[in-house]
Design a protein around this ligand. Structure first.
Ligand SMILES: C[S@@+](CC[C@H](N)C(=O)[O-])C[C@H]1O[C@@H](n2cnc3c(N)ncnc32)[C@H](O)[C@@H]1O
Length: 292
């Protein structure tokens, strides 16, 4: 499935309404370049520096944005946005976007192992050069560590029975596929909540750990905020309550840098949620650097 950029029009209108023109933009999560495309096409004279740690995303971007890259409008880095300083020197930006989470092509390609709907290897790495995979976690991590990640990151209230079953089954044969894990979870948990696969929260927790998505976020948000020029805006889209809580807190506390543009979180309209199922859990927070 094609990746549809979420809250694209709201983000664009908040860029257009900035006091100073947006000439320098940092997109930390390029994906399929949906937001970057809209920004390059709609904002006059903007230059974008974009990052993605997924090789497929970068290869795709180099092809699809070949013209913009050759014109110097886009610079694309295969890198983790947490390491952005290595790539941008002392540059400041008028706008920064982090659209956290996975892209539709990552979810839909069963070889990447993010989804329990299509069988694939237990992988879940965004960066295929990284060594830690979901398979290693499931087959080698201690019972207590597995329980902790499912409880804390998956917000599973009682993961004990599933963890016990994982540990018992892996003694006989290691887990290698998403289907094996999803089937085990469904067997133990059963289907309680209509429409949601019982493995949803477990897979989410594993993905967050494999890609170390939570721990470095607070610090990176702070470092990125300091790279905003006067009146610059920082857009963060999250899909997980833990991430949203971190963003909310960091934006609220950074009174010496600026303030949140809105008190309330921005969510996709009903129309957007109807037309793009993946937008349903999205939350957008916007921070503005002070103008003095
Ligand atoms: C939700 S998608 C972004 C979609 C994009 N905004 C679009 O409209 O096409 C998230 C992307 O960010 C990438 N990503 C997630 N965390 C990252 C990180 N720490 N550093 C670099 N890229 C990251 C993922 O590999 C994925 O391609």
């Amino acid at each position: 499935m094609e990746h549809i950029p979420i809250l694209k029009d709201q983000i664009l209108s908040e860029i257009v309404s900035m006091e100073n023109p947006c000439l320098r933009f940092l997109d930390g999560t390029f994906g399929r370049g949906g937001h970057t495309r809209a920004i390059i096409d709609e904002i006059e004279n903007v230059n974008v520096v974009a990052f993605d740690r997924d090789q497929d995303a970068i290869k795709w971007g180099q092809k699809e944005f070949a013209t913009e890259i050759s014109q110097g409008k886009l610079v694309l880095h295969h890198a983790n946005f947490h390491d952005f300083e290595k790539y941008i020197g002392d540059q400041l930006f008028d706008g920064v976007l982090l659209d956290l989470g996975v892209s539709s092509p990552q979810l839909d390609n069963s070889d990447r192992g993010f989804s329990f709907y299509s069988n694939g290897p237990l992988d879940m790495r965004m960066d295929q050069e990284q060594s830690l995979t979901a398979k290693e976690i499931i087959n080698t991590w201690e019972e207590k560590s597995l329980s902790d990640i499912f409880f804390q990151l998956g917000e599973v209230r009682r993961p004990g029975r599933v963890v016990n079953a994982i540990v018992a089954d892996r003694r006989k044969q290691e887990f290698t596929t998403t289907e094996e894990l999803a089937n085990l979870i469904a067997r133990i948990e059963g289907w309680k909540k209509k429409g949601q696969h019982p493995a949803t929260k477990y897979f989410m927790a594993l993905r967050l750990v494999v890609n170390d998505e939570i721990e470095p976020l607070k610090d990176t948000l702070l470092r990125l905020m300091k790279r905003l020029g006067r009146g610059g805006r920082f857009f963060v889209l999250t899909f997980h309550s833990i991430e949203d809580r971190i963003v909310k807190w960091v934006f609220k506390e950074a009174v010496d840098i600026g303030k949140p543009l809105y008190k309330k979180v921005v969510i996709p309209s009903r129309d957007e949620q109807m037309s793009n199922k993946r937008s349903r859990s999205a939350k957008l927070r916007i921070f503005e650097r002070s103008k003095e």
